[in-house]
Design a protein around this ligand. Structure first.
Ligand SMILES: [Zn+2]
Length: 164
């Protein structure tokens, strides 16, 4: 029968207070506490600490703690869902507005290209004009023509609007 050596069994007392001793050791320690005021005091002090810890831990747990916790977890999850939505195949429909916007940009680009082609005058006249010129002169002439066409394209709609 091992006696509790006071001062060296703080760990045992702490386990006793925490309820982590097996029943035999608990009985033995209880018996010792009855005859040893020092250990009783130590155990009592630890018990107070544990009780206050329990009280401290219990106090903040309100009845809807779990609900609020899960609501918060849910909130975080949906936050991540929103971030990851464009990268997830099952939620590709959520990315539809982006696809539609990209498609609209593409269509708008085609329309602009179409208009620039339409604004361009018939090339036949130009080719007749540049036939008698040397290649470098022809190049300059073409560049001049293109610049004029671009200016016409820019000024055209505005002058048309000013006439209205
Ligand atoms: Zn003792």
């Amino acid at each position: 029968m091992s006696r509790i050596d006071c001062g060296e069994n703080a760990d045992l007392l702490l386990k006793f207070v925490a309820g982590r001793l097996d029943s035999e050791a608990q009985v033995r320690l209880n018996r010792h506490l009855e005859i040893c005021p020092a250990c009783r005091e130590f155990a009592g002090g630890q018990k107070t600490v544990w009780d206050s810890l329990d009280a401290w831990e219990m106090a903040p747990v309100s009845p809807d703690f779990d609900r609020r916790l899960y609501a918060r977890i849910q909130g975080e999850v949906s936050w991540w869902n929103r971030i990851l939505a464009p990268f997830r195949p099952p939620q590709i429909r959520k990315g539809w507005p982006i696809a539609a916007a990209a498609w609209l940009v593409l269509v708008a680009g085609i329309v602009v290209v179409d208009r620039s082609i339409m604004v361009r005058p018939a090339p036949r006249k130009t080719s007749i004009q540049v036939e008698s010129l040397r290649p470098d002169q022809a190049q300059n002439a073409i560049e001049d023509m293109e610049m004029l066409q671009e200016i016409n394209g820019l000024v055209g709609p505005a002058s048309a609007a000013s006439k209205m």
